[in-house]
Design a protein around this ligand. Structure first.
Ligand SMILES: [Cu+2]
Length: 357
């Protein structure tokens, strides 16, 4: 089936930050193309890596599932365009309950670590739910880039899942290093609560990932001009609720991401990126509002997102930038957000996403 976007992402929460990206995956009705998990970026197909599987191991006693994508063969000095990429893989949720956190790492079969820098991005999409801010997209429940952002648990909160939900796992690798890595695995550890185990014992409130993008509800990637630049976008909140925290996703040369509630004339967060001397992005901070019960949003509030860059490369970088504020949202009336669920995956020909790249 057609995959409408790919992500290069990372989120945040409690010392985690955010990152994400989605791109149109190809022309509409390009079923064959996507069925084989190919991506299309800048008009090129990625070759598909052979023999890459998704393995899910549930440790019922530890209430943790470990997902493993691999084996991945990663020759040195290979861009994400040249690297054969894993196909989209689907993890079928085995429980009714909540996912609490996401802990990504790269390892060999032996368990030895592989540097995170070979991960271009990984993204998890819930095919059974639309995004609550941008319903033309699927709900993007987890993302990480080379910084291997850890999505820590927020005590008292979790992401509601139902048995049989289909989580599409999109993985893109590259290897900018001089070392080849062979038979590596991407591992994501996910602590969960199983409702039927009868041991919930505490109230878990539902949270929803909120991706607030300078591209509004469109394709996240954009061309980065040389020198200083700023891009802004808006998105309208459709539900009363509270943002529990917010991080940001930028690419190299990114300086700052600002989230404002223009209806209230308030700045929600100003996040200053950290970068090295060459402008390579190192991190974007996370601002938490959990203590004060979250930053309140009202239905109808218009959020403005601004990303500033200073591209010192001296040239325009095609599709080189993204600017996304990423947070967790808790609705005042959870029933409304819970109801966004749908029985099956969308036709993947979703409005607004059919433009090609
Ligand atoms: Cu990105």
């Amino acid at each position: 089936m057609k995959r409408t976007f790919t992500i290069c992402g990372t989120i945040l929460m409690a010392a985690a930050l955010a990152s994400a990206q989605e791109k149109p995956a190809g022309p509409p009705h390009d079923m064959e193309h996507m069925h084989h998990g190919g991506f299309m970026q800048e008009g090129m197909h990625h070759a598909v890596a052979k023999g890459v599987m998704l393995d899910a191991k549930v440790d019922a006693a530890a209430h943790t599932v470990t997902l493993r994508v691999g084996p991945l063969n990663l020759p040195a000095h290979t861009s994400h365009m040249k690297m054969p990429q894993p196909p989209d893989l689907v993890w079928e949720i085995p429980i009714d309950g909540w996912l609490l956190a996401y802990h990504p790492k790269l390892v060999y079969a032996s368990g030895n670590a592989v540097p995170g820098t070979v991960l271009h991005h990984v993204a998890f999409w819930n095919e059974n739910r639309p995004d609550f801010l941008c319903p033309n997209k699927e709900e993007h429940i987890f993302g990480a880039g080379s910084e291997m952002t850890d999505w820590a648990e927020i005590p008292g909160y979790g992401y509601r899942v139902q048995k049989g939900d289909k989580i599409r796992v999109e993985t893109m690798m590259h290897n900018p290093t001089a070392t080849s890595y062979d038979k590596a695995y991407l591992e994501v550890q996910i602590p969960f609560v199983d409702e039927s185990a009868g041991s919930v014992g505490k109230l878990i409130r539902n949270v929803y990932p909120a991706w607030m993008d300078v591209a509004s509800c469109g394709n996240s990637g954009y061309d980065l001009p040389a020198g200083k630049s700023e891009k802004t976008g808006t998105v309208t909140v459709k539900y009363d609720g509270a943002l529990l925290g917010v991080g940001g996703h930028l690419h190299d040369y990114g300086k700052q991401i600002v989230l404002e509630d223009v209806s209230r004339k308030e700045t929600v967060a100003t996040l200053e990126a950290k970068a090295d001397a060459e402008g390579h992005l190192e991190s974007v901070p996370v601002k938490l509002f959990v203590q004060e019960g979250g930053y309140k949003f009202a239905k109808g509030d218009v959020l403005k997102i601004s990303a500033t860059y200073d591209n010192s490369s001296g040239k325009l970088l095609r599709d080189g930038a993204m600017g996304i504020a990423v947070g967790y949202f808790a609705a005042a009336d959870d029933a409304k957000l819970a109801a966004l669920r749908r029985k099956s995956a969308p036709p993947h020909d979703m409005a607004g996403m059919s433009h090609d790249h």
